[in-house]
Ligand binder design. Sequence first.
Ligand code: N01
Length: 541
Amino acid sequence: MKRLDALIVGAGFAGLRALYRLRGMGLDVRVIEVSDGIGGVWYHNGYPGARCDVESFDYSYSFSSELEQEWRWSERYATQPEILRYINHVADRFDLRRDIFLNTRMESADYDEAAAEWEVRTADGDVFRVRYLLLCMGQLSAPKAPNFDGQDDFEGEIIHSAVWPKHDVTFEGKRVGIIGTGSSGMQMTPVIAKAAKHLTVFQRTPNFSVPAANAPVSDEEDAKVKATYAARRQQALNSPTGLGFKPNRQSALDVDDAEREKVYEAAYHRLGFGFALSYHDILLSKPANDTAAEFLRRKIVERIEDPKVRAKLVPSDHAFAARRPSVDSGYFEAFNRDNVTLADIREHPIEAFEPAGLRTSEKLHELDMVIFATGFDAFTGALLKPDIRGRDGQLLRDKWAAGPITHLGVGTQGFPNLMIVVGPGSPSLLSNVMVSIEEQTDWFADLIEKANADGIVEIEVDAKAEQAWVAHVNERAQETLYMTAASYYNGAEVAGKPRVFMPYSGGIRNYRRILESCAKEGYSGFTLRRAPAAAKDRVET
Ligand code: N01
């Protein structure tokens, strides 16, 4: 049994950041990580074409200006290998590895009410007793895969994009199928198309996408950003989503067509994901959204030669960005190649695997390899896998059976001293997640610092506060178009999952102000105790 001040679960961007900060406070803290390497999703999503769709300068830590100055990004949108190199560089530079246990899966965590401690058990039988348990387990880290009839009889290879093998995967001479056209499927399509003998993309829902406008980072741009990095970070902090440029505060409906076209054209060629911020109301008003969606549909049409294929690829069943759009590098153009076929599985659903390939209601697609780019059990998938038991042995999974209940996305009543980093109910995937990670880990660190200074041993969310927060998260979501589409934002990605809105859509800046005022008010919505509630009860009875 190992006794610690804090245990962090997950060695991705969040876990490393939490380790750096908590260790810097003199706490005895460790990280456990189920994989055999650090990096979280960036360790596993090694599929061809994987890259970040937030600009490298913004998708990076801000806690060390030395780190900011010394790291040299090679491209505006970094590839997965480059991001993984960055993560490893950070781990080495700040000597983080010595406190990380790899190949260590948290199987259960039980709250000991009398001691105000968590007892964490790993799959290998190790036990940790800790005051604080920080869950840094990711929002898109529990891959989900279909289970078609006959799958085990398939004679080719099946790979999931989010569990990409560490050995070289070759496509030369192979007939490859990709199921799924979210960001992962759209990123890998043009790359695999170039290498494979034939590529079939199995599409259920056509998705919006904006070109990445990727480019090498020139020495000049690198120097310019580094000279004004602090201002760029401030800009990100004060933006709705944590991206490092100024959003337009105008309505898309307050300008004439020519002006709007000019703005969209410029954003389309330079801003990638930020296209959605061209006007402030793109995600708030359907008529405003229609202007952006119509512009993007025109652009998609221009990129595809065959009118029949084009008609299938143009998204028409959801508002732009109500589902997560992609930022692509040649996705639509890939369908102009002779060796690429689009299989519309909404029209002709997949029926089963056969030894030679995939049978749809139309025909057998003969394949040597099938890639599942089918996404994740988002937001709650990883958090609810282990048995996390709070007061009275209540399982987190039971408490959240009808959807996650949190105060500020950071904790939940009945599970004291449990801290969720970038959890449901926080801006999470509606933000540049690096900004959210740094903000929340620092907020937790300040809270722990205060608790230690004041002799606090138990920190618990109040029931009323979490009810009010869940209601607020829902109210904010209702102001947007997010609930108008079925997506992983609202639980539609997994059959039977509660259909509730998961992230907080009120924006990074609002959220930061809420966190700050919570702290200023002595952590309103939380009860901070100098003795465990259970121990007090015992004394009182
Ligand atoms: O997953 P997705 P993803 N049969 O859920 C289809 C981040 N990310 O891995 O929409 C057939 O978006 C499903 O169809 P439908 C980013 O936040 C970031 O692509 O359910 N099809 C959909 O087309 C992103 O949003 C980067 O009708 C099935 C696709 O699979 C998130 O990760 C790069 C199916 C899943 O799309 C997830 O992206 C990559 C089935 N049974 C990912 N099940 C960056 O650039 C699912 N589908 C940072």
